[in-house]
Structures are given as structure tokens and as C-alpha cells.
Design a protein around this ligand. Structure first.
Ligand SMILES: CSCCC(=O)C(=O)COP(=O)(O)O
Ligand code: ZN
Length: 208
């Protein structure tokens, strides 16, 4: 097996394992969600989930390789995720090696509650350290963008919000897109965001 094939297969399996873990949490309701992992930087190539599939199932057709224009690099009847362009823009704007998009109840409720404000900020939470923020008064802010039906426009809206220290963007009443330098870090960021959303909503409920 060639080095290139070996790398491709290793990244495929890494993304498939992440998909299984997120599926076990039920973070892919109704075929929603999409995942990608970068295979090469220059030119940009990444594996992305095929569109419209049940992401709880593990099959040999789960991912396909696409280029820097989100176009398939292989002869296939599979379609890349409808939201591939979001992954593409994240790779073009950050040092991300993996990008994860999930629709959960908590991230949707948070996006609606704070959508008019355009951001939500979390403080005084140990889990902020998951973003490599170690200050005692550290905070993490998540921008919230409108859910444009036009996907290149949505991808630009997400890309515009990416500043140093941004690790995820909420799309209002849609879901969250999160990234990290590799699969491990992207999953860590996603888990931390979902914990912060759940904590916030539970506390709000208990103290009203
Ligand atoms: C039924 S979910 C609507 C599309 C979406 O938001 C999503 O995350 C899944 O789209 P894909 O093309 O990646 O399956
Ligand atoms: Zn989506």
C-alpha cells in the first residue's frame, strides 16, 4: 500500500470513528450533520460525508474526497454533503484539520435564544480549558449567523465570523459548525460547546 493510500485510509477511519461516537450521542437526527477531515493542504483536499445519508450507519460509501472547490475528486455516484462549502471555507480560513457540523436540540435552542444578539459568551466554566484558554477569567464566544438557504452565502457568513479564538459558529435554528487542528481537537471543541449549551439551558430552566 502506498503512503498516500495509507494516509487516506487512516484519516477515513479516524473520521468514521468520530462519526460513530457522535452518532452514539444522537447528534445526527433525521440524516442531519456532516463531517470532514483534511487530507492535503496544497492543493486543498478533504474527505467529507456523502449527502443525505443516515450518519448513524457505518458503510464504505460514507465519505468522498473533494477538492478546493468542493468537487468530487473521484468517479462516484455519491454526492458530497450539501454543506461541503462550509467545510471548504473553514479550511481556507483557519488551520483546521477537521470540521464537524451537528444539529442538536441544545445548539438550536441556544441559537434561537441569542440569535438577535449575534453571539453567546461563556465564562466561569472549567470546560473553557478545552479551548486551551487557561486564564481564571477566560471566556469563549460563539458567533450566531442567519441560516441562509443559499449555501455559498451561508459559508461566507460563517467565514466572516472567524477571528483568532473562534472555534465554532452557530447557525440559527440549524446547528453548529466546529473545527480543530485535527479530529481529536475538533471533537473536544464540539463536546465542550455542547456541554456549555446544555449547562446554560439547564441553569436557566432551574433558576427562572
Ligand atoms: C435533513 S438535514 C438538512 C441538511 C443539513 O442541514 C445537514 O446538515 C445534512 O446535509 P447533508 O447534505 O450533509 O446530508
Ligand atoms: Zn446542517
Amino acid at each position: 500500500m502506498s503512503f498516500i493510500q495509507d494516509t487516506h485510509d487512516t484519516l477515513w477511519n479516524e473520521l468514521a470513528d468520530i462519526k460513530d461516537e457522535l452518532a452514539a450521542r444522537d447528534w445526527f437526527p433525521g440524516t442531519s450533520g456532516n463531517l470532514s477531515i483534511k487530507v492535503s493542504d496544497d492543493p486543498l483536499k478533504f474527505l467529507v460525508t456523502a449527502s443525505g445519508r443516515d450518519k448513524r450507519k457505518r458503510t464504505p460509501e460514507d465519505f468522498l474526497l473533494v477538492d478546493e472547490n468542493s468537487q468530487p475528486l473521484e468517479e462516484t455516484s455519491l454526492k458530497p454533503s450539501a454543506e461541503t462549502v462550509l467545510h471548504q471555507r473553514i479550511y481556507q480560513k483557519t488551520n483546521a484539520g477537521c470540521s464537524l457540523h451537528v444539529h442538536t436540540l441544545n445548539n438550536n435552542v441556544i441559537s434561537e435564544l441569542y440569535g438577535d444578539e449575534g453571539t453567546i459568551t461563556f465564562r466561569n466554566q472549567e470546560l473553557i480549558k478545552a479551548f486551551n484558554i487557561w486564564d481564571e477569567d477566560g471566556s469563549i464566544t460563539v458567533p450566531i449567523v442567519k441560516n441562509y438557504a443559499d449555501l455559498p452565502r451561508l459559508a461566507e457568513a460563517v467565514a466572516e465570523q472567524i477571528k483568532p479564538g473562534t472555534f465554532g459558529v452557530l447557525i440559527r435554528n440549524h446547528g453548529i459548525t466546529v473545527w480543530g487542528r485535527n479530529g481529536f481537537e475538533a471533537k473536544k471543541h464540539l463536546e465542550a460547546f455542547e456541554f456549555l449549551f446544555g449547562y446554560h439551558l439547564q441553569l436557566k430552566q432551574m433558576t427562572k
